[in-house]
Design a protein around this ligand. Structure first.
Ligand code: CP
Ligand code: NVA
Length: 313
């Protein structure tokens, strides 16, 4: 078990926008190294005796299980803190929750609605805070996505990625992740569902040093044209359940289908953060077909987040 660098110790992970290309590369290299140790069944207790609190204000399968198993594999322990059980759900402030949890824990992961709540938590916590998804961003997922792309394509810089669908938390974090690693990204969304302009502008700024091209269009075929990686996500995210029907109509032309991927490179890979709705944002033939990398992508949540925890906690 080699010594890991200390340069990220104590840092929060609120957005990939806050990380340099070199820091992201360090996380991905560490994630690959931890994946190798796990595959060889070699113990790697980098966080022996440490504890991670995991606050959930939304549902989760992958994030909950991969963080909880991940901290255990690192020699520590995870505590699942459902907001319906802790006092946060009854009106205790985010700041007070941060101050108190910092007296018990070595790190806090939070999945919630407002990005500002995660930032508030981080401001008042004395331990690293990791963003496990907000309405705005999903950085841990995109670290796993970058690890997966590198696993399949052997590199990141110079590739072309298409994100088709809602300009949501996944689109936003992919914009940052691609900009920072030199992947050219085109997001294709219906006019009223495009990524937030301030995120696109920030991503363009991030891309200045890496040469990545950042584009937002409304034509899915244009985005997928020549793509090495095709990604989509649900049309209605958590918290938008009441808009499901309206969105199904708005996004009908944005399904990743056998027809659409004809525009991609022959050896394209398909990714989806999951959970997926077959027959909506993607056809069963694509997500269950030979180009799909979704199960490796889901697995890499474990390795990428272990890397984040081992480096920051
Ligand atoms: N992709 C993802 O974050 O999945 P969960 O909602 O199951 O955590
Ligand atoms: N955009 C989705 C991602 C789920 C992991 C949501 O926020 O519900």
């Amino acid at each position: 078990m080699k010594q890991l660098p200390d340069i990220l110790r104590g840092r929060d992970l609120l957005s990939l926008h806050h990380y340099t290309p070199g820091e992201i590369e360090l996380i991905l290299d560490t994630a690959d190294y931890l994946r190798e140790l796990k595959k060889k069944d070699m113990p790697h207790p980098y966080l022996k005796g440490k504890t991670l609190g995991m606050i959930f204000q939304k549902s989760s399968t992958r994030t909950r299980v991969s963080f909880e198993v991940g901290i255990y594999q690192l020699g520590g322990m995870g505590l699942f803190l459902s907001s319906s059980d802790i006092q946060l759900g009854r009106g205790e402030t985010v700041a007070d929750t941060a101050r108190v949890l910092s007296r018990y824990l070595d790190g806090i992961m939070i999945r919630t609605f407002a990005q500002s709540d995660v930032e508030e938590l981080a401001r008042h916590a004395e331990v690293p805070v990791i963003n496990g998804l907000t309405d705005l961003l999903h950085p841990c997922q995109v670290l796993a996505d970058l690890q997966t792309i590198r696993q399949y394509k052997g590199r990141l810089a110079g590739l072309k990625l298409a994100f088709v669908g809602d300009g949501n938390n996944m689109a936003h974090s992919l914009l940052f992740g691609c900009a920072k690693t030199g992947i050219s990204i085109t997001v294709a969304s219906p006019e009223n569902y495009m990524p937030r302009p301030e995120i696109v502008t920030a991503a363009i700024g991030d891309a200045a040093g890496t040469g990545a091209e950042i584009k937002v269009v409304s034509d899915p075929a244009e985005a997928v044209s020549g793509a090495d990686v095709v990604i989509t996500d649900v049309w209605a995210s958590m918290g938008q359940e009441s808009e499901q029907l309206l969105r199904a109509e708005a996004f009908a032309a944005y399904q990743v289908s056998e027809e659409l991927v004809k525009y991609a490179k022959k050896d394209f890979i398909f990714m989806h953060c999951l959970p997926a709705h077959r027959g909506e944002e993607v056809t069963a033939g694509i997500i269950d077909g030979p180009h799909s990398a979704v199960w490796d992508e889901a697995e890499n949540r474990l390795h990428a987040q272990k890397a984040v925890m081992a480096l920051v906690m």
